[in-house]
Design a protein around this ligand. Structure first.
Ligand code: G6P
Ligand code: MG
Length: 215
């Protein structure tokens, strides 16, 4: 088999949590009179919580002490945790389950590679957790995408070489991370905003496992 493993980002690839991150940042932004736009939210995809707050404060032109930032990071996450506490399997994105099943049936290894420190909870709430042989999340990495660390650790956990791995990503930072790690990458979303992927699909309804051999 040309490829042995598939590494999945979580937010925006397997589940649509971007809306919950958006709502939680908007709620926080009220404290310093800032309304995050959808375009700005796009730039927060794939990057860590800490980096997201720094970007937001920059856009808001707000200087904050480290102490204040720590309070806001905690508050944002509390709002986010409340929003995701209601998640269930119906929030798995279209085509994902059937694609995971095909992968498993054909002997591919499956890992998660996400910047989120809340990945485990989301995988449990949606029931997705049973599909993964390895989970690399924001608690296990020191460098954020576009650094390839999260995907290289995923490949290592599966004992696969990067050249045998395919990454699925919805964020530009994640596509860049996969490429920096020497992996193939399938972008989920629109070719108008995602660059450098080996293939772009609107959703998992638009791909079969047999298509991976053409990458
Ligand atoms: C993912 C999302 C980002 C989010 C990051 C950290 O990469 O795309 O928008 O900021 O995870 O998530 P966390 O759940 O740790 O705040
Ligand atoms: Mg994502």
């Amino acid at each position: 088999m040309k490829y042995k493993a598939c590494l999945f980002d979580l937010d925006g690839v397997l589940v649509d949590t971007a809306i919950y991150h958006f709502q939680a940042w908007r709620t926080l932004g009220k404290q310093f009179d800032f309304e995050l736009s959808h375009e700005q939210n796009e730039e927060l995809k794939g990057i860590s919580r800490v980096e997201s707050l720094d970007k937001i404060l920059h856009w808001a032109q707000f200087q904050a002490t480290q102490e204040q930032k720590d309070i806001w990071l905690k508050e944002k996450n509390e709002t986010y945790l409340e929003l995701i506490s209601h998640m269930n399997p119906s929030e798995i994105l279209p085509g994902v389950l059937s694609f995971l099943k095909q992968l498993k049936d054909q002997g591919y290894l499956i890992a998660l590679g996400s910047a989120s420190k809340n990945a485990q909870i989301i995988l449990e709430k949606t029931g997705l957790i049973t599909w993964f042989q390895a989970i690399i999340d924001g608690n296990k990495v020191t460098k954020s995408k576009p650094d390839p660390e999260v995907f290289l650790k995923g490949a290592e956990a599966l004992a696969c070489s990067p050249a045998n791995c395919i990454v699925f990503e919805d964020a530009q930072a994640g596509i860049d991370a996969a490429k920096a790690g020497g992996m193939k990458v399938v972008g989920i979303g629109s070719s108008a905003i995602l660059f450098g992927a080996d293939k772009i699909i609107p959703s998992f309804n638009d791909i079969q496992v047999s298509d991976l051999l053409l990458l």
